[in-house]
Design a protein around this ligand. Structure first.
Ligand SMILES: Cc1cc2nc3c(=O)[nH]c(=O)nc-3n(C[C@H](O)[C@H](O)[C@H](O)COP(=O)(O)OP(=O)(O)OC[C@H]3O[C@@H](n4cnc5c(N)ncnc54)[C@H](O)[C@@H]3O)c2cc1C
Length: 438
């Protein structure tokens, strides 16, 4: 077990460390595990602002994983990470499987019209060509056979049979538990990175300071503030994203069902423990801080002072109404008002690369910038010894094992274990077209 210190004072913390990680969510915890996987002799300190690990976006997440990604580097990250989750005792440590609890139940992307069916079939052909032959296109007959409980309104589907979900809190704790030599500081507010002449020299906060030449910044949306307080900037933006859990699940939606992803705008739902269900999707959201002189944006450039204020109270009922409309439920299924009983409504951030970092190439060769969901796993361009594991958008749990290994290798000056992972560098532009639904 690592040594845990709550609200540490100077006497409680080591004066130096080989590496300091800021952030104890999926990204930071995975980096910790991966550092020790590479070098068990290291002295690593993990600093978490909250009183417990995994207190950021993962608390609002659906904890899903999938293997179908149109972008090769993300597909590789997910495939590598899934191997770790499905064999957690072997890759993370004894007892890890029990904490991670992976459930392989599949993802079913549903089509309701001939056009949608055609699009899903084309997606599957693309994924096959991209080296994912296990992704299936299910026509109406195959759907009725495989999922007889599914509404007749669904006429085709793209099916990822290796997808599923896990316990993200268990995963984070399994990673940290495996780092026996580490020191974990909980309840540390306002840690900043000290750097001189473009080189990291340590981390400090109000009551403490640790010297180090290497810091991994992995604190999700909080990284924006940590960078700013350290005199640096990060090319990322934040989008609040909601989910909710209902204690009710309709009898037509069985406990072993896959995650159902509806048509655009892609509301999705999966069975949750017992007889409950968990829902999510994204709809256009505008910054509440915008004044009339500013352009309309659908993102924040820093975390909101009170994240809970960003919850839209209509979110659960709008989600259910959308699903009921798509699946053709007038009085039953997702239209059942019992879904609104015992709702737990959550909000967290998707952290994206900002539009300075990514673009698509138009037919005339011009660049169209956009915010991309490709994580940044690289050294900061201005400060040697500062490594970034940020911008994990909507897949930071499912990709965490590979992301941890990538950033750990950068921090230890080692070559990457998969050349495709060079594509997570800060300066790499993303020019592939990926209309991501989730
Ligand atoms: C509604 C929703 C649904 C999602 N569904 C999925 C899904 O199904 N599958 C999936 O893979 N991903 C999903 N995600 C995305 C996933 O939650 C994130 O990609 C992932 O949590 C990012 O991990 P992280 O460690 O970078 O950040 P976080 O999870 O935000 O963790 C950051 C940690 O750093 C700590 N911290 C913050 N500031 C500081 C500081 N100054 N000093 C020290 N510590 C600090 C926080 O307390 C937290 O513990 C979802 C997210 C949301 C919001």
């Amino acid at each position: 077990m690592p040594r845990y210190v709550h609200t540490p004072h100077l006497d409680d913390v080591p004066s130096t460390a080989d590496v300091i990680i800021i952030g104890g969510g999926p990204a930071g915890a995975a980096a910790l595990w991966a550092l020790y996987e590479l070098d068990p002799t290291l002295e690593v300190v993990l600093i978490e602002r909250a009183e417990q690990l995994a207190s950021g976006s993962s608390t609002a997440s659906l904890e899903n994983f999938r293997t179908c990604w149109p972008t090769a580097c993300i597909a590789h990250q997910c495939a590598e990470s899934l191997t770790v989750y499905l064999n957690a005792d072997r890759w993370i440590g004894e007892g890890a499987s029990q904490l991670v609890q992976p459930k392989v139940r599949g993802y079913l992307f549903c089509g309701f019209t001939p056009n949608q069916a055609e699009q899903l079939e084309a997606d599957v052909a693309h994924l096959h060509a991209a080296g994912m032959p296990h992704i299936e296109f299910l026509d109406e007959a195959a759907l009725r056979r495989r999922f007889p409980w599914l509404d007749a309104s669904v006429i085709a589907a793209k099916y990822d049979p290796q997808a599923g979900w896990l316990d993200s809190y268990g995963l984070v704790n399994a990673y940290v538990k495996a780092a026996e030599k580490a020191v974990v500081l909980l309840g540390v507010e306002g840690a900043t990175i000290c750097h001189t002449d473009g080189q990291v020299s340590g981390v400090q906060w109000r009551t403490g300071h640790i010297q180090t030449a290497r810091v991994i910044l992995a604190n999700g949306a909080g990284a924006v503030e940590t960078a700013r307080a350290s005199g640096l900037s990060l090319p990322v933006v934040l989008r609040p994203r909601q989910s909710f859990t209902s204690d009710f699940r309709h009898e037509q939606f069985p406990p072993d069902a896959p995650m159902l992803i509806s048509a655009a705008p892609y509301p999705h739902v999966r069975p949750e423990a017992g007889s409950s269900a968990i829902f999510g999707w994204e709809y256009q959201w505008c910054s509440p801080e915008r004044d009339s002189s500013q352009a309309l944006t659908d993102y924040l450039t820093q975390p909101h002072p009170n994240l809970n204020e960003l919850k839209d109270p209509r979110f659960p009922s709008i989600t259910l109404a959308l699903l009921a409309r798509h699946f053709g439920h007038a009085t039953h299924g997702f239209a059942d008002s019992r879904y609104l009983r015992g709702v737990r409504h959550n909000v967290g951030y998707y952290v994206y690369r900002d539009a300075t970092a990514a673009y698509t190439v138009a037919a005339d060769g011009s660049h169209a910038p956009y915010t991309s969901e490709r994580a940044i796993l690289d050294q900061h361009p201005e400060v040697r010894g500062l490594f970034l594991s940020v911008a994990h958008s909507g897949h930071g749990i499912m990709t965490s094992a590979a992301a941890g290994r990538i950033v750990a290798r950068h921090a230890l000056g080692m070559a990457l274990h998969d050349p495709l992972y060079e594509q997570f560098r800060i300066g790499v532009h993303w020019v592939e077209h990926d209309e991501n639904a989730l």
